[in-house]
Ligand binder design. Structure first.
Ligand SMILES: [Zn+2]
Length: 112
């Protein structure tokens, strides 16, 4: 026998109650089972987007550290400029990679 997923959205969320049906042995549907949170996140990132945003975060951190080190005199200004260029280049590559991925997804969506 199947029953309805008991998940009810937060009052602040302008959504309807979950309409998925579940086996009685289950507590929630796949989307609302807390045990599936990690798997849902992976599916949502679609393999590439999560990686790109993590890389951007890393680059931002590196830039912050670099700026702080240059200001404190821990890093030579010339070295700082070169490292800044490398970080910029990596940021551009991530952007290009993201655009290629988007184009490929669009193309496969159009041809399938
Ligand atoms: Zn549900």
């Amino acid at each position: 026998m199947r029953t309805q997923c008991p998940y009810v959205p937060e009052p602040s969320v302008n959504g309807e109650r979950c309409t998925a049906t579940i086996e009685q042995a289950q507590r929630y549907c796949w989307w609302h089972d807390p045990d599936n949170a990690e798997e849902r996140r992976r599916a949502a990132s679609k393999g590439g987007r999560g990686k790109a945003s993590r890389e951007i975060k890393d680059l931002k951190k590196q830039l912050e550290d670099l700026a702080a080190d240059v200001l404190k005199g821990n890093v030579d200004r010339g070295d700082g400029a070169v490292v800044n260029q490398i970080i910029n280049t990596r940021a551009r590559l991530i952007e290009i990679e993201r655009k290629i991925k988007e184009t490929e997804e669009l193309e496969s969506a159009l041809t399938h």
